[in-house]
Design a protein around this ligand. Sequence first.
Ligand SMILES: C[S@@+](CC[C@H](N)C(=O)[O-])C[C@H]1O[C@@H](n2cnc3c(N)ncnc32)[C@H](O)[C@@H]1O
Length: 304
Amino acid sequence: MKFWNFIKGKARGLLGKMGVGKFNANKKDKKEKKGKDFRNTEEKKRDLDDALKESHNLLKSGMNQAKIKSKLHDIKNKYELKELRIILEEKVEKGIKVHVHGEVNPKKDSPTEILRVDDFNPSEGNKILLVGEANFSFSLSLANTLALQNRMVATSYDSENTKYKDKDNNIKEHKKLGSIIEYNVDATSTSYEPNHFEIIVFNFPWIKEETRGGTTNNKMLLKSFFNEANRIIKKGGKVLLSLSDERYVSRWKPEEQANSFVLESKKLFDSKNFPGYEHKMTQKDRSAGSMEDGKGVTLIFKNK
Ligand SMILES: C[S@@+](CC[C@H](N)C(=O)[O-])C[C@H]1O[C@@H](n2cnc3c(N)ncnc32)[C@H](O)[C@@H]1O
């Protein structure tokens, strides 16, 4: 499934004038006039996905409000949807967060499903690698539930003696559960064998940028990480990449950095589903983004 959600910088006025939430409400469903819908469920789902994708691009395009309104109407008709409208989510720092809602039976919204421990469970005999773990609390939360023993390799970029509250305890617990713990692991260049892991996880990657608000270094981090993941992941394996909120998805464009992967789904990251997890910011970097519950997103990529 694909989900589309973005921040539209100057959407405030635009949404008001467009009548957010009311758009298309009074329009008679075209299919009612045309008669029976002969599409099967898969075809309907595909049409809905395509319509949401086109709508997302449209909203990103910076087109004026009248054009957006008319083009959304065209998209709704083209894909024979019951409904296609913009939903106002919340006010954010630089404007308004919106998403497109489409309905063709079944309904589909963005965003969407919640990330759960089971999303990280490798199939029998297969392994999971976590990189950039900092205090090892996220991997411990998985290890506590999934009983993976030596099929979990949890790693940090930091050295063994880097201090984090609870880190030593977390490592002790990990060892009791049989997890393999490694330090100084650079996610962009590891020494693991090719085709080694079924699942690779990078939660809230972050490195310092040269300029405030810059994206170059983090885009490069993601690109190099995906290249390395492609080398060490099993064919068809998955990368789960979590980012603090949708702004990072728009700015770092993970899909563009993930050459050998295809985005399979996007889920909401809620730390309540990972008991014991305590988010850590990049060491000594005050500009590092923090993770706020309810805003985090996890992109699930499948190796091609
Ligand atoms: C914002 S912190 C998140 C830490 C942890 N994943 C969490 O969720 O609490 C970003 C992490 O990315 C790690 N990182 C940065 N560059 C890395 C790289 N090349 N390889 C692995 N980890 C990296 C940093 O060491 C830091 O721990």
